[in-house]
Ligand binder design. Structure first.
Ligand SMILES: [Ca+2]
Ligand SMILES: [Ca+2]
Length: 137
């Protein structure tokens, strides 16, 4: 666990830095693709989001949500990612949707820096955003 100070600009700068963002998303994708078949299945994506604070932060989901609602929620997330509706999420679809989510988070954060407690996750995109910001100063 680490605490990072982050604001909307930090996140937006990261998303707009093509090299850094693509690298971050690719690493995350590779870590989530548990069976290494090059695409994310419904359950792989769900496992990912269950372990990520990103979605809780973004959508305000809390742990008390009933299981059937959670399943419906994760299904709706999967459908969002699966742009061509072929039942799997490929690298390009993942990249595009993560970009939207990160920009939405950036908008939500605005210009007020907040401190976030991040799980020890080397693939956390918010952590990478904070690292990129730190590397500039
Ligand atoms: Ca897979
Ligand atoms: Ca797809």
């Amino acid at each position: 666990m680490g605490v990072v100070i982050i604001d909307g600009t930090t996140v937006r700068d990261f998303v707009n830095d093509d090299d850094a963002f693509t690298k971050g998303v690719d690493e995350q994708f590779a870590a989530l693709d548990l069976n290494n078949d090059g695409v994310l299945s419904r359950s792989e994506l769900r496992t990912a989001f269950e372990s990520m604070r990103l979605i809780e932060t973004h959508f305000g989901i809390d742990v008390a949500t009933p299981p059937d609602q959670l399943t419906a929620f994760y299904d709706s997330i999967f459908d969002k990612f699966d742009g061509d509706q072929n039942g799997t999420v490929d690298r390009r679809e993942f990249h595009e949707e993560m970009k939207k989510i990160m920009l939405a988070i950036a908008d939500g954060l605005g210009s007020f820096p907040i401190s976030m407690v991040l799980e020890d996750d080397p693939n956390s995109l918010l952590q990478k955003a904070a690292d990129l910001e730190a590397s500039k100063t």
